[in-house]
Design a protein around this ligand. Structure first.
Ligand code: UGA
Length: 438
């Protein structure tokens, strides 16, 4: 099939490359000429494992191309995806749909013959209706359907998630549009991937409900972790004990410093706004938004407590800055609250992140960026693991103890087993687990 993808951000680029890999002919379109030039030269605008090779192979095979020319990109396309950004609108928390509306306006004048316009961006309920109205108004003769096809990709595992999804969600008002999307995803039906076909509004809400539910799951286990600390229980064992119940499920029960990223914070807020506007407040979602913000800030006090009450005058080594591993994305990362919080208490920060330091340097000031974990630990009084990159999982703990003046290691991702730490000359602190020397 001929596919056009408007927007080469995270979702558009990964989806475009994967559709091309399925054998479709895909043109990725973006207004940002610098980005398109870089992509044409094989340089990725984001760090995502495997993406550069996937793009290169499909460009080479002639199935994937990049352009800034929307008209050329859309020519003959049977399916046009809108995958532009929907950032939080400044001031009020609603999703900013101006890019989606502008894309719809532009597409309206360019489509020829029956075309399915698909929103892949995360958009509030009713956006598909708006896109349909914009296109119908701008081009009354256009033959088209508007469908919703939300994505459930995780950064860092996006290609795997795209190619082996738990489900595909398609929201459409016409069978013809559903048939086109079925054909597009045909390679996945060979692996018996379920396809959930709904009306458009339902599909739009599924995306928000999925992210809000996962955010609540994380918020829940984070509170249970704090309770474990208070009553002397082990949160990892609680998570295993409840997660084996198939109704609960084991995933997304890792306690941490609070969720971040471009999706959960933005989407929970947008869902809350939609719900309040509809007069049906989602109080659980509101509670998790608050709890998560408080959690990030509380991590600063936790680190200070591990340091004996204060980090004033201490050199703190921070291992990991991105909101999660395998990405260079710093959006809403806990480090953005924790690092300035420690600095405000008088700490000096050294930091290392395998991929995120370029992005981090744009938003965190007064930090000494180091070129390895060991370099970061040199001369520090204490260390904090903020992101669970694989390369931090098996560090030599004796060597860490030898480098840290105060021998304090705060592990905010629980990546070390208590049995590994026990007996080491380290004052080790983690989340919701009894002290290592206990
Ligand atoms: C999330 C969803 O997982 C995807 O399904 C969805 O498609 C995507 O948002 C989106 O809407 O585009 P992502 O933000 O890439 O994906 O990352 P996650 O792996 O979900 O992690 C989000 C945050 O939750 C991270 O800060 C992570 O550290 C935290 N987390 C996750 C925990 O603290 N504990 C967990 O058990 C899991």
């Amino acid at each position: 099939m001929r596919v056009a993808m408007i927007g080469t951000g995270y979702v558009g680029l990964v989806s475009g490359a994967c559709f091309a890999d399925f054998g479709h002919e895909v043109t990725c379109i973006d207004k940002d000429a610098g980005k398109i030039e870089a992509l044409k030269a094989g340089r990725m605008p984001i760090y995502e494992p495997g993406l550069d090779a996937l793009v290169a192979a499909n460009v080479e095979a002639g199935r994937l191309s990049f352009t800034t020319d929307t008209a050329a990109g859309i020519r003959d396309a049977e399916i046009v995806f809108i995958a532009v950004g929907t950032p939080t609108r400044r001031g009020d928390g609603h999703a900013d749909l101006s890019y989606v509306h502008a894309a719809a306006e532009e597409v309206a004048g360019l489509i020829a013959g029956y075309t399915v316009i698909v929103t892949k961006s995360t958009v509030p309920v009713g956006t598909g209706d708006e896109v349909e109205a914009i296109i119908a108004r701008a081009n009354p003769r256009a033959q088209f359907d508007v469908a919703s096809n939300p994505e459930f990709l995780r950064e860092g595992a996006a290609i795997e998630d795209f190619k082996r999804p738990d489900r595909i969600v398609v929201g459409a008002q016409s069978q013809r549009a559903v048939a086109a999307l079925r054909e597009l995803y045909r390679p996945l039906f060979l692996n018996e991937t379920p396809m959930v076909v709904t009306d458009r509004r339902t599909a739009e809400l599924i995306k928000y409900a999925a992210n809000a539910f996962l955010a609540i799951k994380i918020g829940f286990i984070n509170e249970i972790a704090d309770l474990c600390d208070a009553v002397g229980a082990n949160v990892q064992q609680v998570a295993r004990g409840i997660g084996l119940d198939k109704r609960i499920g084991a995933k997304f029960l890792h306690a941490g410093p609070g969720y971040g990223g471009s999706c959960f914070p933005k989407d929970t807020l947008a869902l809350s706004k939609t719900a309040h506007r509809a007069g049906v407040p989602v109080t659980l979602v509101d509670a998790v938004i608050d709890a998560n913000a408080r959690r990030k800030a509380a991590m600063v006090d936790r680190i200070a407590a591990a340091a004996g009450g204060s980090v004033a005058g201490k050199v703190v080594a921070i291992l990991g800055l991105t909101f999660k591993p395998n990405t260079d994305d710093m959006r809403e990362a806990p480090s953005l609250v924790i690092v300035p919080g420690l600095q405000a208490m008088g700490a000096t920060i050294r930091a290392f992140d395998p991929q995120g330091m370029g992005e981090a340097a744009k938003c965190l000031t007064g930090v000494t960026y180091c070129d390895s974990a060991w370099h970061c630990l040199e001369g520090a009084d204490m260390a904090v693991i903020l992101t669970e990159w694989d390369q931090f999982r098996a560090l030599d703990l004796d060597r860490i103890a030898g480098l840290l003046k105060d021998r304090v290691l705060v592990d905010l991702r629980n990546i070390y087993a208590l049995s590994e730490v026990r007996g080491k000359p380290l004052d080790y602190h983690s989340l919701g687990r009894p002290p290592a020397d206990g």
